[in-house]
Design a protein around this ligand. Structure first.
Ligand code: GTP
Ligand code: SPV
Ligand code: MN
Length: 588
């Protein structure tokens, strides 16, 4: 497949380590993928679903101890400890390699090793990058084929270059005690062992496209961010693109594919999906910020996805999709999850494969972090620019978290520097996307806490530097919160498609078409400027309430931010301390 000496030398070294029984190059051909799928179905690794209702679709169950990312077992291994920063687990690269070599030694002696060359980003894009993942899992191969551009074309793109990310993965024994997800940014290397779950093993995704790529972006002057990218088309046919960073399971896929409310549809508004999880952003020749989606599929949260909340996501899963840890509906050999519809199957297997009756069981059938892996081209609203090698120009950057209180529905940063501050103080309630407690508020700057591959203080500085380069062409920065609750714990804002009403204000702000109110935390809409036409149960007073800035809560927030900032010591940019002091002063 290749004569690249860097690749071949590395392969020899890895083969000598894991000692595979067989080696298979993944060329990405449809025949090969079909053949691998047949093998996985025969071995029980995949279950073939109803091919009339869900053509090309399969179901997979992971081990019960292996259902989400494991942040406490994820490491950034830099030569100097301080370069990984206070928010990452660290180990010395040589110490970690040594420890993992013992675990990888001979681990594939009775297994086939698949060599997956892949491109993150469209083949031929100046912004794309190549990786090679070695794995003993067909499930990984088939998922990577959906999520990335797999095969010979990626190797051709690499040519003789040494600039590729070296990924090694083995399921080994799925032993939790020896599960490691390790990154060595200075070596372009990722080693992952003892997991078979999504973000831990699809090495192109969080491991490369965020952790390694954020480090590369820092060194090379671009940005790798945990952001969706969407285009909003107005009735005149003009499209504005925005990128939005929300933490895991906080609404990126939903926002990326939203269906406009009827009043907007009637006026001619449309929404186009470019990406739902990751954005790579470069300064283009025109000085603006341009974003590509490095992925080619969606690894989306299943629970809660339905025709009302996210029809475009659901429709994306109707063919050639791999479902993981959802309910197996035995009545028609399809799938089900909580929130799909009000008609759970009686005759079914839960996510662990145990008999489950959706009508009588008091236990959930699907795992809260169950997922679908669907090709992006299945999405009814996929953007015509989805695979544009130059990407799309970004008008606004939006941060957002899951906050029951404190954060208002939307506010705008005063300028780029203040926007970096707004991103850096993001906080959100934890979700099932990672193991550990759910619903705990934690600081998650730019939704990158689990994904920044270097010192977060340097990362903030990189954001400030990018703003200086962009100057007056920099996107405007906003913060949103769809998750504010009332005294009974119910969400006040209807969310989902209705979020376009907030995006509408954001776009108008970018165009200078609407005024704003200055508050201590930034610019807010006048309540009457959020369009609530056709929205039942929401009045201007509701909007006022959603926009209310509670100074006492924000003073508590300032205390929390100070504590968080203290971790960064002198690597926290002084601009951010100044922003914090200014916020404190404005709060009085
Ligand atoms: P990752 O794939 O983990 O990065 O998640 P994500 O950010 O793409 O989140 P996703 O869009 O899959 O949404 C996660 C959960 O949030 C689902 O249960 C959704 O139903 C819920 N959700 C998404 N958008 C909204 C919203 O606007 N309002 C409310 N209340 N819930 C939402
Ligand atoms: C996330 O947790 O942000 C995801 C899912 O997108 S995973 O690929 O597992 O990281
Ligand atoms: Mn994500």
């Amino acid at each position: 497949m290749t004569s690249n000496q860097h690749v071949l030398r590395w392969l020899e070294e890895m083969k000598a380590l894991v000692k595979p029984m067989n080696v298979v190059w993944v060329d990405g051909s449809r025949e090969q993928m079909a053949d691998l799928k047949r093998q996985a179905i025969a071995s029980g690794e995949l279950i073939e679903l109803n091919q009339d209702l869900l053509p090309g679709c399969t179901l997979h169950r992971t081990a019960p101890n292996d259902v989400a990312r494991v942040e406490h077992r994820t490491f950034i291994c830099t030569r100097k400890k301080e370069d990984a920063g206070p928010t990452n687990n660290w180990e010395d690269p040589q110490v970690m390699y040594e420890k993992l070599r013992k675990l990888f030694n001979g681990v594939m002696h009775d297994r086939t090793m698949y060599i997956i060359p892949y491109s993150m980003g469209p083949i031929g894009s100046p912004y794309s990058k190549v990786g090679i993942e070695l794995t003993d899992s067909i499930y990984v191969v088939l998922n990577m084929d959906i999520m990335t551009r797999v095969g010979k074309a990626a190797l051709d793109q690499l040519g003789d270059s040494n600039d590729f990310v070296r990924g090694l993965h083995s399921k080994a024994d799925i032993d939790e005690e020896n599960r490691y997800i390790c990154h060595v940014p200075e070596d372009n290397t990722i080693w992952s062992i003892n997991s078979g779950y999504g973000g831990n093993v699809l090495l192109g995704k969080k491991c490369f496209a965020l952790r390694i790529a954020s480090y590369q972006g820092w060194k090379e002057g671009w940005m790798a961010e945990h952001m969706l990218i969407l285009g909003i088309e107005n009735p005149k046919g003009e499209i504005k693109y925005v990128a939005a960073a929300f933490p895991s399971a906080c609404g990126k896929t939903n926002l990326a594919m939203l269906i406009p409310p009827e009043v907007y549809q009637k006026k001619g508004y449309k929404v186009w999906t470019v990406g739902d999880d990751i954005a790579w952003m470069n300064i283009g020749k025109d000085g603006r910020l341009w974003a590509i989606n490095p992925e080619s599929g969606f690894f989306g949260v299943a629970p809660g996805t339905n025709m009302k909340s996210n029809a475009n996501a659901l429709l994306s899963t109707k063919k050639n999709t791999i479902f993981t840890n959802v309910v197996h509906n035995l009545e028609n050999n399809t799938v089900w999850w909580e929130g799909l519809d009000k008609n759970p199957p009686e005759h079914a297997l839960d996510w662990q494969g145990n008999p489950w009756n959706g009508k009588t069981s008091d236990k959930k059938g699907a795992h809260p972090n169950s997922r679908f892996t669907a090709p992006a081209i299945n999405c009814p609203c996929i953007s015509s620019e989805f695979a544009n090698p130059q990407g799309v120009p970004i008008s606004a950057i939006i941060f957002g978290g899951r906050r029951a209180k404190t954060a208002p529905l939307v506010y705008q940063a005063k300028d780029w520097e203040h926007g970096v501050f707004v991103g850096s103080i993001m906080a959100s309630e934890t979700t099932a996307a990672a193991t550990g407690a759910v619903g705990v508020v934690r600081r998650d700057p730019m939704a990158m806490l689990p994904f920044c591959g270097y010192h977060m203080g340097d990362y903030f500085q990189h954001w400030l530097d990018m703003g200086k380069k962009l100057g007056d062409k920099a996107p405007k920065i906003f913060n949103v919160n769809w998750f504010r609750t009332d005294d009974n714990g119910n969400f006040i804002w209807p969310g989902f498609g209705e979020n376009l009403r907030v995006l509408d204000w954001i776009i108008q702000r970018c165009e200078g078409a609407v005024d704003a109110v200055e508050t201590p935390i930034g610019y807010e809409p006048k309540p009457e400027d959020i369009n609530i036409e056709g929205l039942e149960g929401i009045t201007e007073d509701t909007i006022k309430n959603l926009l209310y800035v509670d100074k006492n809560l924000w003073k508590e927030e300032v205390a929390g931010i100070k504590e968080f900032y203290a971790k960064f010591g002198d690597r926290l940019p002084k601009e951010l301390n100044a922003q914090l002091a200014a916020l404190e002063q404005r709060l009085g």
